[in-house]
Design a binder for this molecule. Sequence first.
Ligand SMILES: Nc1ncnc2c1ncn2[C@@H]1O[C@H](COP(=O)(O)OP(=O)(O)OP(=O)(O)O)[C@@H](O)[C@H]1O
Ligand SMILES: [Mg+2]
Length: 243
Amino acid sequence: MHDETLLQVKNISVHYNGVRALKGVSVRLDRGEIVALMGPNGAGKSSILKSIFGLAPVSGGEIIFRGRPVPPATHQIAALGIAFIPQGRRVFRHLNVEENLEMGGFMIHDKKILKRRIEEAMDFFPVLRRKRKAKSGTLSGGEQQMLAIARGLVTDPEVLLLDEPSLGLAPKIVKEVFQKIRQINARRKTTVMVVEHNIKSILDIADRAYVLDKGKIVAHGESFAFLESDILERVFLGGVGAK
Ligand SMILES: Nc1ncnc2c1ncn2[C@@H]1O[C@H](COP(=O)(O)OP(=O)(O)OP(=O)(O)O)[C@@H](O)[C@H]1O
Ligand SMILES: [Mg+2]
């Protein structure tokens, strides 16, 4: 079903001031998939997404998108159809919902297209349409996360990179956010790579998953296989891991 490889991270390493965050990491994303990245704090999950988006100091390996190496600058990567929604739902708190969505589409010069894209993004999040004139700082945590995702959709990306979309949200809201991600994937055919610590819920919507520990991939496979194995417990309790 998902047989066309869209994005390949090949054997990359990342060092921050001499400290190793990733060592020889390879992951791939096939068109139409939802792929989860899991692992303990500091494992290097965010570094993978940042590497793809040109925001991490990659010191080796390569990143291939649609058969070609990704360009170095973030705005060039975004222009290819990759969107990154960082950890910590950063919305512009003093701008209203609609203005935040306009910021997401700042690269779109045709006002009509921008307007249509904003409406399409709001189709997934009726609450944002209702609150389109509300200052985003007044929204709940869940609504802010939805706004951050919607803002990423305004560019109509082919690939959505999501970093910890459920962080700090109540379980009921986590479920809702994950359902939205699934809807976006199903209706727009957006390919998704999502970092998540909420393992049970993410495996419900992901096709495949990678487990990272200390900067290396320690397991990967289809989601159902993880649900039936104890590898995650072992990684999170420190029983398995990269040296
Ligand atoms: N800008 C930076 N400068 C220095 N070290 C960094 C920087 N960003 C990340 N690191 C280090 O690199 C390692 C991997 O970090 P990364 O943020 O990728 O992990 P993570 O798996 O996303 O963790 P978390 O679950 O806490 O978000 C960690 O040891 C972290 O302290
Ligand atoms: Mg992180």
